[in-house]
Design a binder for this molecule. Structure first.
Ligand SMILES: Cc1cc2nc3c(=O)[nH]c(=O)nc-3n(C[C@H](O)[C@H](O)[C@H](O)COP(=O)(O)OP(=O)(O)OC[C@H]3O[C@@H](n4cnc5c(N)ncnc54)[C@H](O)[C@@H]3O)c2cc1C
Length: 344
């Protein structure tokens, strides 16, 4: 009989992230499908009561916690020790966690310490022949695989955005504290502070309904023989400001920015979508001045409705990769779109 544990590190303000709520829902569905007793929740952080109360009615039978200032911020030594203690204490055979950067750093090490296994980037959980079967994509989302494992504990990190989030009301709960004795080595890294771009400078918005992709065409000579980088920048930023869309880029474009050319300075390699970039999840996507070559388009695997604006009627998007292609000048189309948006 499997024992499921959901690992959660609350957000900096003590709240629960959306990705954690998705894992809670997945755990609830999985424990019913497997016919196991209710799952457990394990929290790691400084002050856990707010997160504990937030999950009070999620259906967990017990809520465990590893808490204290040592666990306030991400740090390999303490996070790994805390997670390992929770898995051990819960006697968990299946451990689910959101694929946050904090968990992604430590959970492979935790699996190793506990003699278990880990699978990352899971995109679905199902029960086949009575056993947990997970889905994930391989080779940059080109092949989908499903797999089962026998070694336990089996730690699985779930990609955000793959399933519904649990939305129950908060309650009041007692958290069962799990003691962890830390060594000096585990504490030796100190987090001196956080550096983050201002909220309005942040162009990657994973929860946005729309992904706007900018391609290298924005930086190319246009019909008048001139490059219009300043205009491109203004059009793109204006669109992002009014729609709160997330910004993706092609490799060609982000490479130009990385080489220090004053093209679109807000573009970094983090914006790159594709085979050697990211595979974001958004309900809709709009590609502008982007050719739609396969190494880029593989990053669109999880974009449901796709549109593209390109001067070239033979661009990659027009070959079955987009639902709608506007054969038009993206400068003109997007300026008009911004005009409409500004009036709303
Ligand atoms: C191993 C490997 C990995 C790769 N990984 C990635 C990856 O992860 N992500 C990625 O993006 N690429 C990747 N690439 C590169 C990829 O193959 C393409 O070279 C790249 O995506 C092209 O970028 P682009 O479409 O912006 O530029 P271009 O190919 O230069 O296309 C620019 C487009 O803009 C259009 N255009 C110009 N002006 C206008 C206008 N005014 N209005 C409308 N359209 C206009 C043009 O018609 C053209 O189609 C990879 C390549 C390799 C070999």
């Amino acid at each position: 009989m499997e024992r499921i544990l959901v690992l959660i590190h609350p957000e900096a303000d003590g709240s629960l992230g959306k990705a954690d709520r998705e894992v809670l829902q997945a755990a609830s569905t999985l424990s019913s499908a497997l016919g196991t007793p209710a799952f457990l929740v394990g929290l790691v952080g400084n002050n856990l009561q707010a997160a504990g109360n937030a999950v009070a009615r999620c259906g967990a039978s017990r809520i465990l916690g590893v808490k204290g200032s040592d666990f306030a911020t991400a740090r390999y030594g303490t996070d790994a020790a805390g997670a390992a203690a929770l898995v051990h204490h819960a006697q968990a055979t299946i451990v689910l966690a959101a694929a946050t950067s904090r968990w992604a750093r430590v959970l492979a090490g935790v699996a190793c310490r506990l003699g278990g296994r880990i699978d990352t980037h899971a995109t679905g959980l199902a029960v086949r022949d009575g056993a947990l079967t997970l889905n994930r994509w391989f080779y940059r989302q080109r092949m989908e695989g499903s797999l089962q494992r026998t070694p336990r504990p089996w730690i699985i990190t779930l990609e955000p955005g793959i399933g519904p989030a649990w939305t129950g009301d908060p309650g009041e709960v007692g958290i069962e504290e799990v003691p962890v004795s830390l060594t000096e080595e585990e504490r030796q890294t100190n987090v001196a502070g956080l550096q983050a771009p201002a909220a309005d400078a942040q162009t990657i918005r994973s929860d946005a309904k729309l992904l706007l992709v900018a391609g290298a065409g924005w930086t190319k000579k246009q019909a008048d023989g001139q490059v219009h980088a300043a205009e491109a920048q203004q059009i793109i930023l204006n669109f992002l400001r009014t729609t709160q869309a997330s910004l993706g880029g092609t490799k060609s474009l982000v490479d130009l920015s990385g080489e220090g050319q004053a093209v679109l300075p807000f573009m970094t390699h983090l914006n790159q979508v594709g085979q050697t970039g990211s595979t974001p999840r958004h309900p809709k996507g709009l590609a502008t001045c982007c050719h739609g070559e396969e190494p880029h388009v593989v990053g669109w695997r999880f974009i449901n409705e796709r549109r593209a604006i390109n001067l070239d009627p033979n661009c990659g998007w027009a070959r079955g990769k987009a639902d709608v292609v506007y054969v038009a000048d993206a400068f003109a189309v997007m300026a008009k779109v911004n005009e409409f948006l500004d009036k709303q």
